[in-house]
Write a protein of this length. Structure first.
Lengths: 389, 172
């Protein structure tokens, strides 16, 4: 079996094939890049994916909607809440119960999703620093992420793969005292973000490694289907939380950070990194607003049952629906086909954000140095569980 | 409103027979179009000022079941500029015993998103995208046999000399 796409007999004298990955920390999982290099310059980059392929879509056809949620967790395994939220939204829309979900349930969903978004961005930032050679921020980020994971573990019982958001409700209400501990965490976390800014974002070594590197023009980004910080880093104000206004996001006040080319060209690695850093502050803002509502007008009460609206019969009528939502990596979409007879989807396709984001890599890598390729790949922030599904 | 406008636009440019059927009653508007025109229709919808579908959200291949003997490719288009979504669909009749794969023209020259998505549909459903620059398997290994998401797919017993789903040994 030939593992290379490049025809070796057509290789020029000065060219060499270099294999990066699949087992290497800077590949963020199991991704293999086949590089055609000339000296230290990358002439061509061919990604080989599929090492983590589990055929989620085939599994989904054999399970009912509620049973699919744990599988969905395992797609982007560092932001499971967001995966669940989009999936559940899609099924609720198909059942026609999306308007009858209690407000408290919606606010809890948004709160845990935003906490998970912060955790996911912290990983992206921390490992990006490490890719480039700054080890300290990695520990800073992981320390804070640990607090979030503890909070989410307290609520759901699991550290990473939560299965917390259910169709029509939640697994449980938030534990008593969660709101207070969460707001304590957010208060102590805010100054830490400034510390991180000093340590990494405004660090001159970091800036010179990332400015003007891997510039992604807006038209290319749109044509390749990039989304999330990748698309916003190129300077467009496009966030599905605002565009579609799903869940309770229209009631919340938050900004959408975009890349402005502060350190060089719009759409370079620094811009994408900066968008993530600023998105963390916006997520803190959202989480604080959620906590305020959850402790005031939507206060917990003994009568409140997060499982009250769980549908007894989970059979959507025959239809097809594409549900999309914004997760930390970008646009996550599920395309369902329901046949109207069974409680299992006839087809359930997942459109993963990282999959489309990664497909632009060959374009960005052309002509880059090998060391810069690591910087570019890190700034895309892929999770291979989602790319391979 | 917009749904009808788009369907009329396709009819105007490619003739009445280009649109096979429409369904605007569901949550999203669906337009089923002629298979051989899909690439031209996509290019028109991307560039036309009434819709500007500059973003391909998702491209999925579907096996419509053994009774129907049909395959479908579904295109979820979205317009960043105008904030509108539409679903295009092509349906290909394909009896199971046909040796060739069902053929659909590629749209990867319209949106590069389609490049990897079409490779995925080829890999998992065995739909051949005519004119695709690099149609290889993407998720499964190159020497994998069969197309996993087809409804009549039978799981392989072994791969590369290794047994898949061998006997389960219990700890006694």
């Amino acid at each position: 079996m030939n593992n290379l796409k490049t025809d070796l007999s057509k290789l020029k004298n000065e060219e060499m094939i270099l294999n990066m990955g699949p087992q290497h920390p800077s590949m963020h999982g199991v991704l293999r890049l086949e590089l055609v290099t000339d000296g230290e310059t990358v002439k061509e980059c061919i990604p080989h994916i599929g090492y983590l392929h589990r055929c989620f879509e085939k599994h989904a056809e054999a399970l009912n909607y509620q049973q699919i949620i744990p599988f969905v967790d395992r797609m982007d395994y560092i932001s499971s809440m967001n995966n669940d939220h989009v999936f559940v939204m899609g099924v609720e829309k198909m059942l026609g119960i999306d308007q009858s979900i209690p407000k408290r349930v919606e606010y809890i969903r948004v709160l845990v999703c935003e906490l998970n978004r912060i955790a996911s961005h912290l990983i992206a930032i921390g490992t990006y620093g490490m890719d480039i050679g700054a080890v300290t921020p990695f520990f800073f980020c992981f320390k804070e992420r640990e607090h979030i994971l503890n909070l989410l573990e307290w609520a759901s019982g699991a550290r990473l793969l939560y299965n917390y958001i259910w169709i029509g409700g939640l697994f449980y209400d938030l534990p008593v005292g969660f709101e207070q501990r969460c707001s304590e965490f957010l208060t102590q976390f805010k100054p830490k973000m400034r510390e991180l800014d000093e340590l990494l974002t405004n660090n001159s070594i970091f800036i010179s490694r990332t400015q003007n590197i891997g510039v992604l023009p807006l038209d290319v980004a749109i044509n390749y289907g990039c989304s999330g910080p990748m698309l916003r880093g190129s300077g467009i104000n496009y966030d599905l939380r605002r565009i579609d206004g799903y869940s309770v996001y229209p009631e919340l006040d938050f900004e959408i950070p975009i890349g402005e080319g502060k350190m060089g060209t719009t759409g370079d690695c620094w811009d994408r990194f900066d968008v993530r850093v600023r998105e963390i502050s916006e997520s803190i803002k959202i989480a604080e607003q959620c906590i305020e509502r959850l402790t005031k007008e939507l206060k917990r009460s003994p009568e409140f049952d997060p499982r009250a609206k769980l549908p007894k019969k989970l059979i959507p009528k025959a239809q097809e629906f594409y549900c999309r939502g914004e997760m930390p990596k970008g646009e996550l979409g599920y395309y369902f086909i329901a046949d109207g007879k069974s409680d299992k989807p006839f087809r359930c396709k997942a459109r993963a954000a990282s999959f489309s984001n990664l497909s632009v890599l060959p374009e960005l890598a052309k002509g880059a140095m090998i060391a810069d390729l690591i910087a570019i790949l890190g700034s895309i922030d892929i999770v291979l569980g989602e790319v391979d599904r | 409103m917009m749904n009808e406008k788009i369907s009329d636009l396709i009819k105007e440019s490619f003739g009445e027979q280009a649109v096979l059927s429409t369904d605007f009653s569901g949550l999203q508007g669906i337009i089923v179009v002629q298979t051989n025109l899909i690439a031209d229709i996509c290019l028109l919808l991307r560039n036309h000022p009434t819709c500007y579908f500059d973003y391909l959200s998702c491209l999925s291949g579907v096996d419509l079941g053994l009774e129907k003997n049909q395959f479908a490719v579904v295109y979820h288009l979205s317009s960043i500029t105008l904030g509108y979504q539409i679903v295009l669909k092509v349906i290909i009749d394909h009896p199971r015993d046909t040796p060739q794969l069902p053929i659909v023209p590629t749209v990867s020259q319209v949106w590069r998103t389609a490049d990897w998505h079409e490779r995925e549909a080829y890999d998992l459903l065995g739909i051949y995208f005519e004119g695709h620059p690099d149609l290889r398997r993407i998720l499964c290994p190159d020497d994998w046999e069969g197309y996993a998401l087809r409804k009549d797919y039978v799981a392989a017993e072994s791969y590369g000399g290794l047994k898949i789903n061998g006997e389960v040994k219990t700890n006694e």
